[in-house]
Ligand binder design. Structure first.
Ligand SMILES: Cc1ncc(COP(=O)(O)O)c(C=O)c1O
Length: 387
């Protein structure tokens, strides 16, 4: 019988096996696979880096968490089983990766996250034994904003003589360990897996670590490569890349909804420039904006056409990859990132997506025009929001 499993490495000649060392050994070397429906529909090869298959916390943040912990250990800041605790402000993914690796290494994790994020992420953190603080969404100038809260909690821990161990602030938005994890892992893997032939790399930015690290690795080797930011509605990064200013019309005083970034998408989109975004900003050639409706339509498409069940940021990436493919024309190769599974988004994003499997005549145009039809956000659909 034909073996269709591309990950199968079975051979008849037995060699001494090399086993991954612990759960950390299951991080990285994720598959890069072709999304068949999007490739067929665009005439391009649209390839997805399956970062949700990272083995500890099941997202690209495994690479970052490992890099942060390795760096702190190398600096002599952490002692296993001493009560040393890693504090982080995160919308979830980084916290989940940190919590898992902390367990494996003998540290504790304390995670501060906005209380408007999907509940399954904080439930999972608790099951990993992390302490979780869900805080009200607030601007970065507020000391109770989730990142500031984590930094302050780490300092309080270290200053308290009655507490075991010390507090270490992971600082994913600003630490160089973040983009370096992608420079050392994700970027080289994409380069090798594509045989050094790709025309565009498309991904969103939360901290900016992924886009900066991958761009810094690939651009010197592939000078013609286009690096494109995919940005959800409400995020200021699209305008920062296109026009050099951080402004979104929906951010005008009095028009903002409760969330910091006015979108149902979790994990990407931000309204400040972080050190990790800045590390690669000049290497980003273009930006594509994606509406919530387009992201939901794409999430549904990926399940219905390909059986791929992913979270909201992955759906945004795929919409942007399609827009880039249509701009570039057939025959190009585009790589994007599938960040996490839809299971982490069941109660929020997927609850809004609606029933699956009902229609089999959906076209890519329907996905790309979803914003135009549903919420009237678009005045010029073929410019910013459309193709
Ligand atoms: C689900 C998800 N997708 C994408 C990203 C963005 O990655 P980066 O922080 O490297 O920009 C994040 C960041 O936390 C995330 O949680």
């Amino acid at each position: 019988m034909k073996d269709n499993t591309s990950r199968s490495t079975a051979t008849t000649a037995l060699q001494d096996p090399i086993f991954p060392e612990g759960i950390e050994g299951c991080i990285g070397n994720t598959p890069l696979f072709k999304i068949k429906s999007l490739s067929d529909a665009t005439g391009c090869e649209i390839l997805a880096k399956a970062e949700f298959l990272n083995g500890a916390g099941n997202s690209p943040k495994d690479r970052v968490a490992l890099s942060i912990i390795n760096m702190a250990e190398a600096d002599g800041l952490l002692t296993p089983y001493s009560g040393d605790t890693i504090y982080e402000g995160t919308v979830g993914s980084t916290g989940i990766s940190l919590a898992a690796i902390c367990r494996a290494r003998g540290y504790l994790a304390h995670i501060c996250m906005p209380d408007d994020q999907a509940k399954e992420k904080s439930d999972l953190l608790e099951k990993l034994g992390a302490e979780v603080e869900r805080v009200r969404p607030a601007p970065i100038v507020d000391q109770n904003q989730f990142v500031n809260r984590a930094r302050n909690r780490a300092a309080e821990h270290t200053a308290d003589p009655n507490r075991r161990g010390r507090g270490i602030f992971a600082d994913q938005f600003e630490t160089q360990a973040n983009w370096q994890a992608h420079f050392n892992g994700t970027g080289p893997e994409i380069y090798t897996q594509t045989g050094g032939r790709l025309d565009a790399f498309v991904t969103g930015a939360g901290t900016g670590g992924t886009i900066s690290g991958v761009a810094r690795f690939l651009k010197p080797r592939l000078p013609k490569l286009k690096v494109v930011l995919s940005d959800p509605q409400g995020s200021g990064l699209f305008n920062k890349v296109k026009y050099g200013v951080m402004f979104d019309p929906k951010e005008r005083e009095g028009t903002r909804r409760r969330q910091q970034v006015d979108t149902i998408v979790e994990g990407i989109g931000i309204n400040r420039v972080t050190s990790n975004f800045e590390a690669g900003r000049e290497l980003i050639d273009d930006a594509v904006r994606v509406s919530d409706e387009q992201a939901m339509a794409m999430a549904r498409w990926l399940v219905e056409k390909d059986g791929i069940f992913v979270g909201s940021s992955s759906a945004v990436n795929c919409v942007a990859a399609v827009k880039v493919a249509l701009q570039m024309g057939p025959g190009h190769r585009i790589v994007t990132i599938l960040c996490d599974s839809g299971m982490r988004h069941l109660s929020k994003f997927w609850a809004r997506v609606g029933p699956i499997g009902g229609k089999d005549d959906v076209t890519l145009d329907d996905v790309l025009n979803a914003a135009t039809k549903q919420n009237g956000l678009v005045e010029k659909p073929n410019q910013e929001w459309g193709v």
